[in-house]
Design a protein around this ligand. Sequence first.
Ligand SMILES: [Cu+2]
Length: 278
Amino acid sequence: MNIRRLALASLAWAVACSRPAPRAAAPSVVTITTTEYAFVLPDTIPAGLTTFRLVNQGKELHHASLVRLRDGKTIADFHAGLAAAMKNHTPPPAWMGFAGGPNAVTLGDTAIATQLLEPGSYVFVCWIPTLEGVPHVLKGMLHPLVVTAGATPTAAEPAADVTIKLTDYDFQLSQPLTAGRHVVRVENAGKQVHEIVIAALAPGKSLQDFIAWEQGGEKGPLPTGEWLGGVTNLDVGGHSQFTTNFSPGSYLLLCFWPDVKDGKPHIMHGMAKEITIS
Ligand SMILES: [Cu+2]
């Protein structure tokens, strides 16, 4: 390197060093588009705090459940493990981790969930069934994702307004939800995997109508209006955040994940709560 080049390099370095210290990094933002029956998003993203924006461009409800493939397991192992669990009505194998992800939103809406991602192999899955009761994942709605070790310092998690603890089988709110935009922290304080999805009740409908619809095998029109997202399946001890804009009204907090003992959706174990937002 000649003197002139060295001088230029030193100058560039000095300029870089004299810049004000960067503020706390913001979460990286990854947009997921859903249709019947596919996800569109990058194949590889860096580790760290990540905000997933699920934009539902389909005709059905969709969500993006992030499943971690531990122990070097592959997509082929995922398919085999899923098929075995469904055939034998057993919980998914222990090497499948559940790392959250944005939950269902009404067509045309966007669900926002933020979580800390560790490097590893993952697959985004939609567990929501078709009208015929076939989970979308069996229609091919899955997308492998590699999370690489991030070089940049990770952002701090945004402050939450309300914390909701998922337990066996309840939703415990640190304080009542109110109208407006809220960042909600979700913690799985239970002994098994849980999710939270929020749906507005249709006019004149109640939690009992929803339970009756569930008991009837999820047939006929849902007694719900708009779906407002939430956080999909989280491992025991896991946490995440979601952001939603609430209007006054009656809402349901729901967990559809099958129970480890009887395979029934947690809704049928009481994990369905009606709240009123004023
Ligand atoms: Cu649950």
